[in-house]
Design a binder for this molecule. Structure first.
Ligand code: RIB
Ligand code: CA
Length: 314
């Protein structure tokens, strides 16, 4: 089976770290062209350091580029209370000699995508604020011709996790999100509607933590920290928001969704709210770029596949 070419844009971040582990365990299906970092969960220095350490720890040997250190227009607001001072909770990953690419991150992304063989396209997988993706499309609009789909973690039709209206990734940089949701490319939105029902329970996290296996133990440490700082609908789960993007690519049968038109509120009052208008099947053909918004997970199967992938990592 031909591997799907993807580019990951992330702000590791504990759940970003799980998403990277899912990728590392799916390299038979996914060809990672590169990873770019964006400030969000932590500062650009810390998320870039985490991406470098994670790629070495997971033997995910792909180029890593440093992206935007702040949103398009607004000051950076990080989530140190959720992901800890390092961005990976209390987990201390091994040091690495790996360095980011010297070239400007945006230019590296553009050249990597534009140099794909004729007829080949990339799927962009943003799991942090959309600053880099908005800049990429604005500065190098020719890239859009080579993008097959955007599978992003962000947004919410049913209330936020930063304010009553807004999910963190969209809230941090609503102007960037607005540009991306208007870009005209097919978007799969993995918002809180699906990610708040997608995670591991306390027993599963405890089992990882008790493992003598370095990868499983490290993720047990990260998720134990995350359990203490995030909430799920029923408080029985640690929601692993970003992992939904990768498992949608490898196991789409785990999820259900609806088509909708989505726009982003950039006002101060409802900053970062994703405003949704469901689209009927009849309308679908008339809408230029409907968003496919996931809203249902098969949780037992999600957990089985996530743990299977995590435990498959040598
Ligand atoms: O709201 C959850 C999102 O914000 C996730 O991507 C998490 O990593 C944080 O970036
Ligand atoms: Ca993230």
């Amino acid at each position: 089976m031909k591997k799907r070419k993807i580019w990951i844009d992330c702000d590791p971040g504990i759940d970003d770290a799980v998403a990277l582990a899912m990728v590392a365990a799916s390299q038979d299906r996914l060809h990672v062209l590169g990873i770019s970092t964006v400030s969000g969960n932590q500062t650009i220095d810390r998320v870039t350091e985490n991406a470098l350490k994670l790629s070495a720890f997971l033997s995910l040997n792909v180029p890593i580029v440093r992206g935007a250190d702040c949103p398009l227009l607004r000051p950076l607001e990080i989530a140190g209370d959720i992901h800890g001072d390092t961005g990976l909770g209390n987990c201390r990953l091994p040091e690495t000699q790996k360095k980011p690419e010297d070239e400007n991150g945006l230019l590296f992304m553009r050249n990597t995508i534009m140099h794909l063989p004729a007829g080949e396209k990339v799927t962009l997988v943003p799991t942090g604020p959309l600053t880099n993706i908005a800049l990429l499309f604005k500065v190098f609009p020719e890239v859009k011709e080579r993008v097959e789909q955007i599978v992003l973690m962000g947004g919410s039709a049913g209330g936020g996790n930063v304010t009553p209206y807004a999910e963190f990734n969209i809230w941090v940089d609503p102007e960037a999100a607005s540009l991306v949701f208007k870009c005209g490319l097919p978007i799969v939105m993995c918002g809180l509607d699906v990610t708040m029902q997608s995670g591991l329970n306390h027993r599963q996290v405890k089992k990882l933590l008790s493992s003598s296996h370095p990868v499983q133990h490290a993720y047990g440490e990260m998720l134990s920290f995350y359990l203490g700082t995030t909430i799920s609908e029923n408080r029985q789960l640690v929601c692993i928001h970003d992992a939904v993007t990768i498992l949608f690519l490898t196991n789409p049968e785990l999820f259900r969704g609806i088509y909708a038109e989505i726009c982003i509120d950039c006002s101060e009052e409802h900053r970062g709210q994703t405003i949704l208008r469901p689209v009927s099947p009849e309308e679908l053909s008339r809408i230029s770029a409907p968003v496919y918004m996931l809203n249902k997970t098969e949780l037992p199967k999600f957990q089985e596949i996530l743990l299977q992938k995590l435990c498959s990592l040598a």
